[in-house]
Each structure stands twice: as structure tokens, then as C-alpha cells.
Design a binder for this molecule. Structure first.
Ligand code: NDP
Length: 339
């Protein structure tokens, strides 16, 4: 019988409650042992609601338990660094939510700590686990649209009322639309195009929903190394727009509807000289796919769906968008881990 992968959840969060508890439990070898929160009451409530056998406010004592294999970090973004470093030091594999951290240096520290302690680091960029995006990547690689030239991402949504806390109020917790949504767009495009962003330009809006100067909307242009120009439109403030993605190449265009989402839905059409063709998709839960791949990474035969380096690179490009918007200038994306 395969040994169980025993998880500790770090963070009594919405994403864990809505998606990740089920995703871990859907794995034949996945087991959730405990949940850790900054609040004893929240920890207890979360454990009761999700039938988790124990709960704690003491990260150190949980990490000292040798039977725990891995941690899933879904606290606010400002806590990812310290929790990941502690988990790595204790020899636990780390699946961390995005954005991996708040700065380039923090993300690099997380990668280095996991490498030096011999544990896997994954970033929970779920979109690259969507059947839709995997199909788009496959089509691009097979030459279905020729050479990709332009991308347009439509990811302006309405932030659900129960998430209107730190994201729109607390810069120090890593709030704002760029670290919340644009970082996903960038990671998805890196995955689809197999390419890295090199230059960005962005303008933000704020104050419709957000406070403390945080951006609640952004329009940006990203240039990739191979020359592709991508346009991103992300927002917390748009209640009636569908999400989507278009990729235009020299011999075809891909139109993907309802694909920038947590749900296993969406449609893809390919338009070429042969006409418009709907592409068949076999949808599967994105988070189950991500956890399954993380389990295989722990067993040693592959990387997590998004590695620590992916989290780093996507974060660095997102931070470049923030810098561009603040400075009113194009910004070159740093490339410390770019290859
Ligand atoms: P939540 O606000 O639900 O949870 C974040 C933290 O806030 C929790 O860890 C908890 O701290 C604290 N918290 C939760 N509820 C309360 C409350 N009622 N009062 C006070 N504090 C509370 O955030 P999300 O689940 O939306 O996001 C968590 C992380 O996951 C972020 O890094 C985010 O970027 C990421 N995320 C990723 C998604 C993806 O699809 N990959 C989707 C959504 C979020 P404590 O741990 O101390 O209990």
C-alpha cells in the first residue's frame, strides 16, 4: 500500500475551505491532519466545519510532528515567507499559494530554503492545471495558430463580497488586483507560450472598491522574449463581464471563453483558413489536478504543476507591473532566475 501524504493546512482560509480540502481528500493517498491559524477560534471552527481531526495556533509544534509530509500555505501573502521557511527547515514539502511572496528577494529565499532542505516547493497557480489551458498550450505547440503574435486576457471580475477584506484594504498583507489576479495571468501566459516576460507597461485604477491606495483595476501590456505582446485587463470591480483569452498567431486565432476561473468550465474555438472549429475539452477540477501533480512531485518523478521558480518569475513580472504603474514608465522585468 502507498504511504499516505499527510498534510498540515497553514491558514484557515477561504481557498482551503472552498477548494483545497476537497482537492487533497480526492487523492487516494491524501490526508489532512491538522489546520493552523493565528486564531484559536478560527482554527477550531475550520477544523469542525471540515472534519479535520486536530487544529492549532502553534506552527512550531505542528512542524515538529515527523508524521506530517507536506504543508499547504494559504495565509495572507505577507505570511507566506516565514511559514514556508519554517516548513522547509522542518523538512516538509511546501505547496504555497500565489503570489509566492511579496518581493523578489523573499521568493528567492523560499526557493533556496526548499532546495537546501531537499523539499519540493510548488506555487498554487491553478490555471495552468485547467484542461482548457492545457489544451491551448498543446494546440500552440502543435502549430495550430502558426507563430503566436498577440494575446488578450479578459480577467475583470467582481470580487465576491466575502473576499472584500485584506485584498482591497491592506497593502502590507499583499492586497491589490495585480498580486491577486495579474500574477495568475502572467503565470498562465508563461505556461501557454513557454516564454518569459521581458518588459511591461501598466496603468491602474483604484478607489472604486479598494482603499489605502491599492489598485482594484489594471490594464497592462507585457512583451515576451520571443516578441509576443500581451494585453491584460484585470479588475475587482466589473460585475457583468465574462472572462476569456484570445491568442492570435500568423495562421490562426484561439478564442477561449470563461477560462480565467477556478471552476472546471470554458470553451475554446480555433479559427484558421479552414474556418471556425470548436475544440473538445474534458474538464477536470483544477485544484485536484494541482494536488495530484504535487503528490507525484513528492514521490520524485516530476515537478509540481507550477514550481517555486514559476512562482518567483510570475511574481517578479507582477511586481514589475506595479512598478510601471507607480512610475508611469515601461519596466524591464528582472531575470535572476529567468532561464
Ligand atoms: P482569506 O482571507 O479567506 O484567508 C487568508 C487568511 O486570513 C487566513 O489564513 C486567516 O488567517 C485570515 N482570515 C480568514 N478569515 C478571517 C476572518 N473572518 N477574520 C480575520 N481573519 C481571517 O483569503 P483567501 O483564501 O482568499 O486567500 C488566501 C491565499 O490564497 C492568498 O495568498 C491568496 O492570494 C490565495 N488565493 C489563491 C487562489 C488560487 O486559485 N490559487 C484563489 C484565492 C486565493 P489565519 O491563517 O491566521 O487563520
Amino acid at each position: 500500500m502507498t504511504a499516505k501524504i499527510r498534510w498540515a493546512l497553514i491558514g484557515a482560509s477561504t481557498i482551503a475551505d472552498e477548494w483545497m480540502v476537497d482537492a487533497i481528500r480526492s487523492q487516494p493517498d491524501g490526508e489532512i491532519v491538522t489546520v493552523i491559524s493565528g486564531s484559536a477560534e478560527r482554527a477550531r471552527g475550520f477544523a469542525e466545519k471540515n472534519a479535520i481531526p486536530s487544529h492549532s495556533t502553534d506552527l512550531g509544534s505542528v512542524l515538529a510532528d515527523p508524521s506530517i509530509t507536506a504543508v499547504y500555505i494559504s495565509s495572507t501573502n505577507d505570511r507566506h515567507l516565514s511559514q514556508a521557511l519554517a516548513a522547509a527547515k522542518a523538512g516538509k514539502h511546501v505547496l504555497c499559494e500565489k503570489p509566492l511572496a511579496l518581493t523578489e528577494d523573499e521568493a528567492a529565499q523560499m526557493i533556496e530554503a526548499c532546495e537546501s532542505h531537499g523539499v519540493k516547493l510548488g506555487t498554487n497557480h491553478h490555471l495552468r492545471c485547467a484542461a482548457t489551458h492545457r489544451k491551448i498550450r498543446e494546440l500552440i505547440r502543435a502549430g495550430a495558430i502558426g507563430m503566436p503574435l498577440f494575446v488578450r486576457v479578459f480577467h475583470a471580475v467582481s470580487l465576491p463580497p466575502h473576499l472584500r477584506g485584506w485584498r482591497i484594504e491592506r497593502p502590507e498583507a499583499g492586497g491589490g488586483v495585480i498580486l491577486d489576479i495579474s500574477v495568475h495571468d502572467i503565470d498562465t501566459l508563461r505556461f501557454l507560450l513557454d516564454d518569459e516576460p521581458v518588459e511591461v507597461s501598466a496603468m491602474t485604477s483604484s478607489g472604486t472598491m479598494s482603499s489605502a491606495g491599492l489598485a482594484d483595476g489594471v490594464m497592462a501590456i507585457v512583451r515576451f522574449r520571443n516578441g509576443v505582446l500581451a494585453q491584460l485587463h484585470d479588475a475587482f470591480t466589473v460585475p457583468f463581464a465574462p472572462t476569456g483569452l484570445e491568442i492570435h498567431g500568423t495562421t490562426g486565432s484561439l478564442f477561449a471563453k470563461d477560462v480565467m476561473t477556478q471552476r472546471p468550465v470554458g470553451e475554446i474555438a480555433l479559427n484558421t483558413a479552414d474556418g471556425m472549429q470548436n475544440i473538445q475539452i474534458e474538464h477536470r477540477d483544477l485544484y485536484c489536478t494541482a494536488v495530484a501533480q504535487f503528490h507525484r512531485a513528492i514521490s520524485g518523478d516530476q515537478n509540481p504543476a507550477a514550481t517555486g521558480a514559476d512562482g518567483y518569475r510570475s511574481l517578479v513580472a507582477a511586481l514589475s507591473l506595479m512598478k510601471s504603474a507607480e512610475a508611469g514608465e515601461h519596466v524591464t522585468v528582472p531575470s535572476r532566475f529567468a532561464e
